[in-house]
Design a protein around this ligand. Structure first.
Ligand code: GUN
Ligand code: ZN
Length: 433
């Protein structure tokens, strides 16, 4: 049960708008307080200014130097791949065959799915992440297990059953008809139930027949407020394969366009190798790209140009892409995004990276009025960050001259040890031991 009224005290940080466009949109409250009522934020401000009648009777969680910030949002992650994280020596297509498909086959077993969903969610919350866009496997049981575990914890999660009806082993394949029927039944059960939201999830163009991609579009037509998530232009061999399978399409993105899968609720993972026409098509259709930097480095996929993509008018979110990605920690994701920006001859400001991981992602998910900010009326999903969690971070933060310095030290040096606690819907769902 949610604690009715909860008072958190500490420093408060929230990025309310894109810092590149609006540098004043950062909320930083020294010695602040956040009052939570019935799972939502009721009051935010300086602790000294909190009216006594509001504080009365609230159960108080006192933090000192810690920073209370919105829970992080991971916009692309595969919960069934936790077991194959850190698998050696392969690029995308070989990695799928050698490690991923055999592991995903095990999720036909509801007990295995439930135990991995529990493990995944515990790890995600320990990393400070409270919302994710999650790929399950082809088995509907894997989705049921995921949403059951997420609902128990009161989390706002987006997830869906992978659809794949060709070019994969029998144990991880559906058909156009069963993929449609199973997805439809899952949407009817889960989409909008408590805090769960559904994403129609064709794995990627090579593992779906045209009939299946049409079925995905039919689902989006029948349920206009569900999401769509898939992979796009991650790896050069993958792109060549798509060209062979869909010879009439101008590009990989054009395959998805031809089936009606572009739009403001569509999340395309990776999107590394894109020409100007593709970027124009993504922008005009208001599609979203999810940058998965640790995965792109780990699998040698390429260097996504976040600055070029955003300048073209395509909203970008950040994802861990575990198990292709090498960490669930948003710090690892932001650090790799910074390093890839450097390799592209660009940069990524720390406050920008935090915004992309919180309110910016919420906005891109059309959830910007509910999560991603610490403000009255918002769902109380928060993480409590210890800015001096290790000696090396402590000595660096002592020299920090600005919030930017402090945040950058976290991006470069922090990990789960910096996450003191995580709250979702006003309930403490993780505490660091
Ligand atoms: N492309 C198709 N499936 C996958 C997957 O599971 N992980 C990654 N990184 N890319 C994919
Ligand atoms: Zn992925």
């Amino acid at each position: 049960m949610a604690e009715d009224r909860l008072l958190l005290t500490g420093n408060v940080l929230s990025f309310d708008d894109d810092p590149a466009a609006n540098p004043d949109a950062v909320t930083w409250i020294e010695s602040g307080a956040v009052l939570v009522e019935d799972g939502k934020i009721a009051w935010v401000g300086r602790r000294a200014e909190l009216p006594g009648h509001l504080a009365a009777g609230a159960s108080t969680h006192t933090y000192g130097r810690e920073i209370i910030l919105p829970g992080f949002i991971d916009a692309h992650v595969h919960y069934p791949q936790i077991g194959v994280i850190a698998s050696y020596g392969a690029q995308l297509l070989e990695w799928l065959e050698a490690y991923t498909f055999p592991e995903e086959a095990r999720f036909a077993d509801p007990d295995h799915a439930a135990s991995m969903a529990r493990l995944f969610l515990d790890l995600l919350l320990a990393a400070g992440t409270t919302t994710a866009a999650v790929y399950c496997t082809v088995h509907p049981e894997s989705v049921t297990a995921f949403f059951e575990e997420s609902e128990v914890r009161g989390l706002r999660m987006i997830a869906g059953k992978v659809l794949m009806d060709r070019n994969a082993p029998d144990a991880v394949r559906d058909s156009a008809a069963s993929g449609y029927d199973d997805s439809r039944a899952l949407i009817e059960t889960w989409h909008g139930r408590e805090r769960s939201l559904y994403a129609v999830t064709p794995r990627f163009a090579p593992t779906s027949t045209p009939a299946q991609l049409e079925a995905c579009a039919a689902l989006l037509g029948a349920f206009p407020d569900v999401y769509m998530q898939t992979h796009l232009s991650e790896n050069l061999d993958e792109i060549r394969w798509v060209r062979e399978l869909f010879p009439k399409a101008r590009s990989y993105l054009d395959v998805y366009r031809g089936f009606g899968l572009l739009g403001p609720r569509s999340l395309f993972g990776h999107a590394i190798h894109m020409d100007e026409d593709d970027l124009g098509l993504a922008a005009s259709s208001r599609s979203r790209f999810v940058h998965c930097p640790t995965s792109n480095l780990f699998m040698g996929s390429g260097l996504f140009d976040i600055a070029r993509t955003r300048a073209a008018g395509v909203p970008v979110l950040l994802g861990s892409d575990v198990g292709g990605g090498s960490s669930l920690s948003p710090f690892a994701t932001m650090k790799a995004a910074y390093e890839i920006a450097q390799l592209n001859g660009r940069t990524l400001a720390p406050e920008e990276a935090f915004w992309l991981s919180t309110a910016g992602a919420a906005d891109a998910l059309s959830l910007g009025d509910r999560i991603g900010r610490i403000a009255p009326g918002f769902e109380a999903d928060m993480t409590v960050l210890d800015p001096e969690s290790t000696p090396i971070i402590g000595q660096r933060v002592e020299r920090a001259e600005s919030l930017r310095d402090l945040l950058f030290a976290q991006i470069v040096l922090a990990d789960d040890r910096a996450i003191r606690a995580t709250y979702a819907g006003g309930r403490k769902v993780h505490e660091r031991r």
